[in-house]
Design a protein around this ligand. Structure first.
Ligand code: HEC
Ligand code: HEC
Length: 167
């Protein structure tokens, strides 16, 4: 019962998107949450990304973007992500050269509150890292607005992951 209550409070903490509220239950991993990476040279200004050509996007991904993402991922799991590559995110898109996202070979989380609640209970560290580090850092690096829970628009998990079919 206790652990259920704790899991629920972690979930509630994670559900606070603004991030300004003090977490109800301290999550130890918070101490390891990386600072936002500095904006690399040549980063798109807000809203500019969608107007870039494929070649412009390719050049940026190979340069500043990749360095910044490596910093984000290695702050979390330095051994596992020492060799973070285009393929880690793009999967087959890195082989065919089109780099289309999302990548169907990544884990396929379940869309919606119940799936996220389960993830929060079973893999709180992963969810926290994805929600608090990967999503905001990547959105910022691409000059895209972060996901807005109310409006349901913006950069989210689904720019990288393909959700599992609804049960
Ligand atoms: C941390 C994850 C991540 C890594 C690592 C990464 N990318 Fe990307 N890349 C993305 C995302 C997300 C998008 C799509 C952004 C959008 O438009 O929504 C993208 C888009 C692209 C695009 C534009 C694709 C299109 O549809 O025109 C290219 C090209 C690209 N990446 C190349 C690369 C290359 C080359 C590397 C390695 C040097 C790389 N990426 C590494 C996440 C990543
Ligand atoms: C910029 C792309 C990107 C975004 C956005 C993103 N992820 Fe991920 N996710 C990844 C990559 C890359 C991996 C690791 C793949 C690997 O290690 O081979 C991953 C791994 C995972 C895993 C498995 C972790 C493990 O230890 O194997 C889960 C679960 C997950 N993500 C959930 C989410 C959720 C939920 C969101 C939204 C809150 C999200 N991701 C947002 C790129 C992304």
């Amino acid at each position: 019962m206790r652990s259920l209550a704790r899991a629920r409070s972690i979930w509630l903490t994670l559900a606070v998107t603004a991030g300004c509220a003090q977490p109800a239950a301290p999550v130890p991993l918070a101490a390891r949450a990386p600072a936002m990476p500095a904006m690399p040279p040549g980063a798109p200004r807000p809203g500019e990304w969608a107007t870039w050509s494929h070649d412009q996007k390719l050049a940026y991904m190979k340069g500043g973007f990749m360095d910044a993402e490596r910093a984000v991922f290695t702050a979390w799991e330095p051994v596992r992500y020492r060799d973070l590559s285009c393929r880690t995110c793009h999967g087959p898109g890195a082989d065919d050269g089109r780099y289309r996202m999302p990548n169907i070979e990544l884990t396929r989380p379940i869309r919606g509150v119940e799936g996220f609640r389960e993830l929060a209970a079973q893999e709180p560290g992963v969810l926290r890292f994805m929600q608090k580090a990967v999503v905001p850092a990547t959105a910022r690096l691409l000059g895209l607005p972060e996901f807005d829970m109310t409006a349901h628009t913006g950069f989210s998990c689904w720019q990288c992951h393909v959700p599992q079919e609804d049960p």
